[in-house]
Design a protein. Structure first.
Lengths: 440, 789
């Protein structure tokens, strides 16, 4: 069980049941569980969508798409069955919030998925959980079994005449499968590679049926929105960025952890007050504000509101809420390399620029960091990343390219400090005498 | 028919154009001559968007878009050559080349590689990348298929053509990221149809074939387009030949130019089983049997001997004492010539061939019902197809491909009636399994005899299935009906009668490359070319300037009977192995003088007195008629030292026998008859005519060995063959219509039909001499289950 942190600035909505044993269905019911879904059944599809629209809830999976609007894209009539899909594949380095929800409040995800299903008139909901989260899958299996045992799922839920089945599905360990269309392929039992879009999932999704796919945190927010009303939820955040979100503070902080803060909370405050400042008395060098795919911010770029629009204005992305704090003893080249190792490993391999680009960036950065860098490598790294950006089949390529471009752009002098046999200034070892030989 | 989709207006590089809504942008660009480079896009296969080569700029879209997945929309403004696009393409090539081995100097694909071409056109000359490339050793997956991972650009064409096109699904993708690799679905080897489609479709040299790899450079070969020599489907193939000390060596066959009825399709036989031509056992010298042993002879000696003996027999024992057996693999011109030789030079109707389908009964059924035959192209386009009997996957691979892809791409309906659970059932709208040998009873049921249903249900089909199928068929307009040799004689008539009112078209399936041609050309003791009975001999006699013998001749079995009884004194077998095919007693051939024209020492050739080494299809010109009736031109790829075409051999024998060869081959006549108005030239403008001929690649027919002279005669005389010769000569298929035959009294002999029972990996007698086919079969015999099913 993960250790829970807290801070007075927190506004506990999604995390309101954390640490209260709400994985137990009786406890969940005591804490107002499964009331929202019954309200939603009363309200009907359109009213639910309007409430979620009013809440200004935006997707917590990374892209920040307005959830109510996403739901309204699902056609009313469909020859094929419609589906709701919960994306619990959480694999972005720096992001570790969905796991807390699955652990402490799994029923909120189920209930949120049920409300989404009612909103789009779907009768099947799938909860897809990252392969490595085996222990959470067990919690989810039990939760779903409990829900069926109470008659909350299946035929005629809550005596409403509405049929709704809820299923769980475990991944097989691929970051890419968090991408919505790859997730559908995976769920259908195929190789986890993304699909051509358009058509978008809202029209042609799982097994060809119209599909709503939302992040676990997004869905877990929904019951609260129904309970407190969309407007009230919206008021917690900033304009167009309703409510709270779970920020995952990690890196060189005194008090790392997952904190629930209102949208728009100041990043500097988040680091120095909520996170307790930089550990070991060091200085801040950089922040990755929204998970490993988002471009880095330098120490003097952090006085910003953490909502989707403000971070975008600052040249990065709010992403999936993973705030990675980097102190001044950290080598940015090594950080870039570590990031690229991840993307190289996780590229699904489907398209040329991502498959070859991440591999080649990884090779070059490895050699570079080891002291075998040539001056032209710096431009080559940027050139490669820039030619991946916006040209790959799915956004994973962008996710690998964006931070890389950011590192080179903002920390060029650190790259230059590694050139031609010079040792990494941040590491004790000397220069290497020969170029490393890649083996595969 | 659905309404034609509406046209939308788009602008590409400033050019305004229209295209039907839904057209992919890459295709719309192609229509107006704008090339958008692509690797993974392949017409007819599913879309991938994987190679990112086709990125173009579309107004109002911030990112570059893939032209291969974007359908055109009204008002779309596209730029395929903007600075951004050009830069992106160049970078994409740099990225794909980063890990490419660049072993072009020794790569099979060198010179005909899409990656090379693309780099040449759009790429950068230098590489920015200095790190070490990833390597993997090459692998052999089957006797035919080799894989070189480093060259692979992961366009997934191979995976798709094998799965979607072939319905074999032998290939897949393993691992992820940079480790992604094309791999057989059976771990380390293929259990598949060995068609080589994957190799052919590979844009680079990653997949190579066991028979071609590291053998030659593309520019060292002559590339000659001709017709496949194996089954009756008539695939066009481009034969790659180079000079060798025996004349020519065939190095490969493919149809990469996608010409003809088969597009890029070829099966394992068409693609690889040309190797029998170079088999060590091939006979390359005339052989004369002396004291029970074959001894080499010159052509002059051999032809003289044969001509003398034939003449003697005709003079001494009469024309009835000599028989001729023709071939399913020789050209129309050769077959036509051979029957003319039998009837005019020898004076006998004792001529027959190995019949693999009851084409006379088919001709009769078609003409009686004024029905039409279907071409191979129709099979790909028909709204519905009915298949009774046969297993096209094994025996008619192109037909199977056409049906499969019609179902896949046009959603046509497809009904199967078969005694076996054939692989094509996977595409079937309805599959009805009937007992073995019950095909005729099924036709009876179709024709309204409900009682027949009772005898059809033992194999799985229920009465309900049967009635459902019959009702469904009655509702299908423009159906194509295809049937195997299981149906013969009157059953064919009944079937044609059942479906003809729905505007159906028909295909009767025979084996071998020119079995239909052999039948159409009149290799029958009781039928003249075009299925004319002797009552209709007048037009032939008029043309030939000679009488057709009045007496109906002996069929193939009767000839062997007569040989046994000592009544047959000479037998002339051209490109056929009746001893093996009809399981006849070779011993009866001891007494008569037997001449065999063949490539190999077959069971029949062993019994010969003289063996004349013959050229095969790729070594001569002429035409083949596919089993569907599609007429196509063969082009000679080269000469092999000391063998002769059957055409030339027949003419030479006739000449030696003292016959005026001008009567046999209208070579002077063709030229003269063609002069003037009939070919569009004004009278007195002979020069223009020869210019006209030359411009079309036609030569004035001045040689008695020129089969085109005989093609002229065939086209004049045989109903349905009066198709455009220009089209033929340009390598196009022309469908011949049997309906032009009007003859209700065509005799049929169902008992003489002996199907070849070839599989995908056998091809009659010739196939036994193919190393590739043998190695594939050997591996199957020792290996496991067939992946194909
Ligand atoms: C490479 C890649 C990985 C992703 N991984 C996740 C993930 O683990 N969880 C998630 O919710 N969304 C992930 N996404 C985003 C999803 O594609 C999708 O936008 C999201 O599930 C939508 O839900 P939301 O609107 O609630 O945010 C990923 C996207 C990409 C391109
Ligand atoms: S960008 Fe391409 S290779 Fe990378 S994960 Fe997406 S589809 Fe796969
Ligand atoms: S059947 Fe075999 S040879 Fe043909 S495409 Fe598939 S893998 Fe290649
Ligand atoms: S082997 Fe050839 S056809 Fe297959 S994916 Fe690789 S490059 Fe494409
Ligand atoms: S051709 Fe369009 S992505 Fe490959």
């Amino acid at each position: 069980m993960a250790y829970l942190v807290s801070h007075p600035d927190e506004v506990k909505v999604i995390s309101s049941r954390f640490g209260k044993g709400a994985a137990d269905i009786d406890r969940y019911l005591e804490l107002d569980g499964y009331k929202a879904v019954q309200m939603a059944l009363q309200m009907g599809s359109e009213a639910v969508i309007n409430e979620v629209k009013a809440s200004n809830l935006r997707g917590r999976g990374g892209a920040g798409f307005p959830t109510g609007m996403k739901w309204s894209f699902v056609p009313k009539e469909s020859a094929k069955p419609k589906y709701v899909l919960c994306n619990g594949d959480e694999s972005e380095p720096g992001t570790c919030k969905d796991r807390l929800i699955f652990e402490h409040d799994p029923h909120a995800v189920i209930e949120g998925a049920m409300i989404a299903a009612i909103a789009v008139n779907a009768h099947k909901a799938y909860i897809y959980i990252r392969g490595e989260y085996r222990y959470l899958l067990e919690i989810m299996q039990k939760s779903i079994a409990d829900v069926y045992a109470r008659g909350f799922a299946g035929k005629n839920i809550f005596g409403s005449g509405y049929d709704l089945d809820v299923y769980w599905h475990g991944g097989a360990g691929a970051y890419e499968v968090g991408e919505e269309s790859a997730l559908m392929e995976s769920l259908e039992g195929k190789r986890g590679v993304p699909r051509i879009r358009p058509p978008f999932p809202a029209v042609v999704g799982l097994w060809g049926g119209p599909t709503v796919i939302n992040n676990a945190e997004t869905l877990a927010s929904v019951p609260h929105i129904i309970m407190m009303g969309g407007q009230k939820y919206a008021d917690i955040g900033t304009p167009k960025n309703g409510g709270t979100r779970l920020f995952c503070l990690s890196g060189h902080l005194e008090k790392p952890g997952v904190y629930e803060l209102p949208m728009g909370y100041n990043l500097k405050k988040m680091i120095y007050e909520v996170g307790g400042g930089i550990s070991n008395g060091r200085k801040l060098k950089a922040v990755v504000p929204g998970g490993s795919s988002t471009p880095v911010l330098t120490a003097d770029e952090i006085d910003i509101a953490m909502d989707f629009d403000s971070v975008a204005k600052a040249g990065s992305m709010l992403g999936s809420g993973g705030v990675v704090v980097i102190d001044d003893a950290t080598c940015i080249v090594k950080f870039a390399l570590r990031t690229m190792q991840f993307y190289r490993h996780e590229s699904c391999g489907w398209c040329i620029p991502c498959r070859e680009g991440t591999d080649w960036l990884n090779k070059t950065l490895t050699r570079f960091h080891a002291g075998g860098g040539l001056a032209k490598d710096i431009d080559n790294i940027r050139y490669l990343a820039e030619n991946m950006l916006g040209r790959t089949f799915c956004p994973l390529g962008d996710a690998a390219a964006m931070p890389t471009i950011g590192f080179v752009k903002k920390f060029r002098e650190e790259f230059e400090a590694h050139l031609e046999g010079k040792p990494c200034p941040f590491e004790k070892h000397g220069a290497i005498s020969q170029l490393p030989v890649m083996s595969h | 028919m659905a309404d034609a989709p509406k046209l939308v207006n788009i602008t590409v590089n400033g050019k305004k154009t229209t295209a039907p809504a839904g057209t992919l942008l890459i295709e719309a660009c192609k229509q107006i001559g704008i090339e958008v480079p692509s690797f993974c896009y392949y017409p007819g296969l599913s879309l991938q968007g994987a190679c990112r080569m086709c990125l173009v700029e579309i107004e109002k879209m911030p990112k570059l878009q893939t032209a291969c997945t974007t359908p055109v929309a009204e008002g779309m403004v596209v730029n395929t050559e903007s600075e951004k696009v050009v830069q992106s393409r160049k970078a994409m090539l740099e990225i794909v080349l980063a890990n490419h081995p660049l072993d072009c100097p020794v790569c099979d694909a060198g010179g005909e590689c899409e990656l090379q071409d693309m780099t040449y056109t759009y790429g950068a000359a230098e590489s920015k990348f200095i790190d070490i490339k990833s390597h993997r050793d090459e692998q052999q997956w089957s006797p035919v298929v080799f894989f070189d991972r480093p060259r692979c650009i992961l366009c997934y064409r191979c995976v798709r053509v094998c799965g979607e096109g072939m319905d074999v699904w032998a290939l897949g993708v393993q691992n992820r990221g940079q480790g992604s690799v094309i791999a057989p679905n059976k771990q380390d080897h293929l259990e598949c149809e060995e068609c080589g489609m994957c190799i052919d479709i590979c844009p680079v040299g990653a997949l190579t074939s066991g028979s071609y790899r590291y053998k030659t450079r593309p520019w060292e070969m002559n590339h000659v387009g001709t017709v496949c020599t194996h089954c009756g489907d008539g695939c066009l193939t481009t034969v790659g030949v180079r000079r060798s000390d025996t004349g020519m060596e065939i190095v490969r066959c493919d149809n990469r130019d996608k010409s003809g009825i088969n597009g890029d399709f070829l099966c394992v036989k068409g693609r690889y089983a040309f190797d029998f031509a170079a088999n060590q056992e091939r006979i390359t010298q005339p052989l004369i049997k002396r004291d029970g042993k074959f001894v080499p002879a010159t052509w002059t000696q051999a032809i003289e001997l044969v001509a003398d003996k034939f003449k003697q027999v005709v003079q001494k024992d009469g024309p009835q004492a000599i028989g001729v057996i023709g071939s399913n693999r020789t050209t129309n011109e050769e077959n036509y010539l051979l029957q003319k030789f039998a009837r005019l030079v020898l004076g006998t109707n004792n001529i027959d061939h190995h019949r693999t389908a009851d084409f006379p009964a088919f001709a009769k059924a078609i003409s009686e019902n004024k029905a039409r035959t279907a071409s191979m192209r129709d099979v790909f386009e028909a709204p519905a197809v009915l298949l009774i009997g046969n297993d096209p996957t094994e025996q008619h691979p192109l037909l199977a491909w056409q049906i499969r892809n019609n179902v896949r791409l046009h959603r046509s309906k497809f009904y199967i009636v078969n005694s076996q659970a054939i692989k094509l059932r996977r595409q079937a709208t309805q599959f009805v399994q009937i007992p073995t040998g019950a095909e005729a009873r099924f036709v009876d049921f179709l024709s309204g005899n409900d009682a027949a249903a009772g005898t059809l249900t033992q194999a799985g089909a229920s009465n309900e299935n049967l009635s459902q199928l019959r009702d469904a068929l009655k509702g299908e307009q423009n159906l194509v009906v295809i049937f195997g040799s299981e149906l013969r004689g009157a059953d064919i008539s009944a079937l044609v009668k059942f479906a003809a009112p729905q505007n159906a078209k028909f295909i009767c399936l025979g084996d071998y490359a020119n079995s239909r041609g052999a039948a159409d050309m009149g290799l029958f003791p009781d039928l003249l070319p075009g299925y004319a009975t002797f009552a209709g001999a007048a037009r032939y006699q008029q043309e030939w300037g000679a009488d057709v013998p009045a007496l109906v001749g002996m069929d193939l079995k009767q000839m062997f009977g007569a040989a046994r009884d000592g009544k047959l004194k000479a037998l002339y077998v051209v490109g056929s192995n009746p001893v093996s095919r009809y399981a006849l007693d070779p011993f009866v051939l001891q007494a008569p003088f037997v001449v065999v024209q063949d490539m190999f020492m077959t069971e029949t050739a062993i019994a010969a007195d003289v063996i004349l080494p013959a050229a095969f299809a790729y070594e001569k010109s002429g035409t083949f008629t596919s089993t569907c009736g599609d007429l196509q031109m063969l082009r000679k790829a080269g000469d092999v030292v000391s063998v002769k075409s059957d055409f030339e051999i027949v003419v030479r024998i006739a000449e030696k026998m003292g016959y005026d060869v001008r009567k046999l081959v209208p070579f002077g006549k063709g030229l003269r008859a063609d002069m003037g108005q009939s070919r569009g030239a004004q009278s007195g403008e002979a020069d223009r005519h020869s210019v006209w001929l030359q411009a079309r690649g036609l030569e004035p027919k001045v040689s008695p060995f020129d089969p085109l002279a005989t093609l002229d005669e065939i086209q004049r005389l045989i109903p349905g063959y009066d198709v455009s010769q220009i089209n033929l000569v340009s390598g196009n298929d022309e469908h011949t219509q049997l309906v032009q035959i009007q003859n209700a009294s065509i005799p049929s002999h169902p008992e003489l039909v002996v199907p070849s029972n070839d599989t995908l990996f056998t091809s009659g007698t010739l196939g036994r001499y193919s190393t590739v086919l043998n190695s594939v079969m050997e591996r199957r015999a020792t290996g496991k289950e067939v992946a194909a099913d």
